[in-house]
Ligand binder design. Structure first.
Ligand code: AGP
Length: 616
């Protein structure tokens, strides 16, 4: 989604803003622009395409020196990705510049009002109306830009994070936040605004996350935060726990390869400090009381994409360990199907970014219906955990690649911790039973590490199947969501048609897809696991092979029963049934990454995708 950077201080604003935008590139964008306040004027430069295009324009047509500036990378929602629709947008008199992230839902009415007043709008965007409205409001009281911005915010509906500068206020950057994220970086004699901390972390780690319907006034010597009506509001400063280098590639060619390799540590860090010396669980931020947790008689998991797949895996564990009925719902569908919710239903919102609008809006709906929400999230201070009743953070560290990997594994681990905690509080499991499962979890970083050593063979497979017209993924039990995740990775990285199925579903239709040479990836459960599962999936492998498929089998060490039916075997360490997703997913991540590389795609920033989808 859009990247936003604002700066006021002693440095040259353009340098800070452009380097900040570069650190936000992973959010996905299709145009970029900057504005500075200089010599009583607003100067803007903006260009479709990548930042390099904007930098080329700045080289040909430099901006004047300035210590106050804003910048934006746009992911098109309203209006094509072209120069005119790129941000910043300016008012008719050229004295107000605005950048925006989100969707102004009432922009058509506002646009018509402006045009009726004789204003000429130069773009197709919703965002441009904000620039003209600020200018119109300022005409009422030219001395108070902040009051003008507040009045505009009171008129907008939808999701909007705005950052504004004005020619008459050279030491001022004003920000406003509804839904789309906005973070303040607090420096010494300088201050920053950004969509996320990556943009300013090289300058300061002291940050404040803006809350809903808040205005921030940035000057070089201070920061003031109020609500849309000028009333002071509570803010939560925090210190960014990872440094700029963590957001870099650390020697890998791709962020995705780095993040795949970081999975053992990410899993270990997510377990850290949450298992007491007595083997029992102690969950930080679990602000739901034991009584509240005992009152729950149903769980609904809401999430999107990869997070949804981790929720599907969580369902097996939660129901198996706690016997609480658990549903898993696509967040984008959830609130439109008139779901049954009440105070005895715990909603678990899973989100790496904590800003996914589909999940955020589903969560708000659930809260309005009286359900408590527990957030599982990887981004400190983001909206979803901040608005939830309780939060369990994953500690995967910054996940920069658009395709989620380490966040997925840590979401599964965090869900397991919640499930075990519920079992512990509600008495479904004895302490020794919980300790046994906790020990199984504690073994997983090492087992994931072992898988990383076996991925060379996967890279060769990528070469063999690079031209396949389609790839099917099948699995049973927790292997089914793993199959779905493998298919999603291939779609989003290699742009290949891929589909995941419950293996038992093949005979009900999908098997008609099979023809000579079609690769079918099979996630095989442990032969020591739940009875019959292994036997049945071996039958499925035979079924697909009999129809010409090439079988790529993910099977645990020592499983010799699959050997006669596998064209390729990728071995993973033996694990208890519910732990298998943590190892079986890794080869599928590598497979997709390698196929994308073979095809010459931008693996870290795949086409059309954004790291955090902050529009519905
Ligand atoms: C995963 O590879 C995708 N990038 C996407 O499906 C992602 O998982 C989904 O958009 C949810 O994002 P979130 O976890 O930040 O809410």
């Amino acid at each position: 989604m859009c990247g936003i950077v604002g700066y006021v201080g002693e440095k040259q604003a353009l340098e800070v803003v452009v380097s900040g935008l570069r650190r936000l590139e992973y959010r996905g964008y299709d145009s970029a622009g900057v504005a500075v306040v200089a010599d009583g004027t607003i100067q803007t430069r903006k260009k479709a395409g990548k930042l390099a295009n904007l930098e080329g324009l700045l080289g040909d047509d430099p901006l004047p020196q300035s210590t106050t500036g804003i910048g934006h990378t746009r992911w098109a929602t309203h209006g094509a990705p072209n120069d005119a629709n790129a941000h910043p947008h300016v008012s008719g008199d050229g004295r107000v510049a605005v950048i925006h992230n989100g969707i102004i839902e009432n922009f058509a009415v506002l646009r018509a009002e402006l045009e009726a007043a004789g204003v000429t709008l130069l773009s197709e965007t919703d965002s441009e109306v904000a620039a003209h409205l600020v200018s119109a409001e300022l005409a009422q009281d030219p001395a108070d830009l902040v009051a003008a911005v507040r009045r505009v915010c009171q008129r907008l509906t939808g999701a909007f994070t705005l950052v504004i500068v004005h020619a008459d206020f050279p030491d001022l950057v004003v920000g406003a936040r509804r839904n789309s994220p906005l973070v303040v970086g607090v420096g010494d004699g300088e201050n920053f605004l950004a969509s996320d901390v990556a943009a300013f972390i090289e300058y300061t780690r002291d940050a404040i996350e803006l809350g809903q319907d808040q205005i921030v006034v940035l000057r070089r010597d201070g920061v003031e935060i109020t609500d849309f009506f000028g009333e002071p509001t509570q803010v939560t400063p925090f210190t960014v726990t990872w440094d700029a280098s963590a957001a870099e590639k650390g020697g890998y060619d791709l962020f995705m390869l780095k993040e795949i390799a970081e999975q053992p540590k990410a899993v270990a860090d997510t377990l850290l400090g949450r298992i007491g010396s007595d083997g029992l669980l102690q969950l930080d931020n679990m602000t739901l009381s034991d009584h509240e947790l005992r009152e729950i008689d149903k769980i609904v998991i809401i999430a999107c994409g990869t997070a949804y797949h981790s929720g599907m895996i969580a369902k097996y564990a939660i129901e198996h360990w706690t016997r609480i009925p658990t549903e898993v719902e696509l967040a984008s569908e959830f609130r439109y199907r008139d779901p049954i919710l009440n105070s005895r239903i715990l909603v678990i919102a899973i989100s790496q970014s904590g800003e996914t609008m589909d999940t955020l809006m589903a969560m708000r709906y659930a809260r309005e219906q009286g359900s408590k929400v527990l957030a599982i999230c990887n981004t400190q201070g983001s909206t979803i955990p901040r608005e939830a009743a309780a939060a369990l953070y994953t500690y995967a560290g910054p996940e920069i690649a658009v395709a989620s990997t380490k966040a997925f594994l840590t979401q599964v681990v965090a869900c397991y911790l919640v499930a075990l905690y519920l079992a512990q509080v509600r008495g479904n499991k004895y302490g020794d039973e919980i300790a046994t499962i906790v020990n199984e979890l504690a073994d997983m970083p090492g087992k994931v590490d072992l898988v990383l050593d076996t991925t060379e063979g996967v890279r060769e497979l990528a070469q063999e199947f690079a031209d396949a017209p389609s790839v099917l993924f099948i699995g049973r039990h927790v292997g089914f969501p793993v199959a779905l995740e493998g298919a999603l990775k291939l779609k989003e990285l290699a742009y290949m048609h891929a589909e995941g199925f419950a293996a038992g579903e093949l005979k009900h239709g999908p098997i008609a897809l099979l023809e000579e040479g079609i690769p079918v990836v099979v996630v095989v459960p442990s032969p020591r696991g739940r009875g019959l599962l292994h036997e049945k999936i071996v039958s499925n492998i035979q079924e697909v092979r009999a129809r010409g498929a090439k079988t790529i089998v993910i099977a645990e060490e020592g499983d010799e029963l699959v050997v006669p039916y596998a064209d390729h075997i990728i071995r993973v360490p033996a694990c208890p049934t519910l732990m298998q997703p943590l190892v079986a997913t890794v080869p599928l991540q590598v497979f997709a990454c390698e196929l994308a590389t073979v095809k010459g795609h931008d693996v870290d920033q795949p086409r059309n995708l954004a790291k955090s989808v902050t529009v519905e």
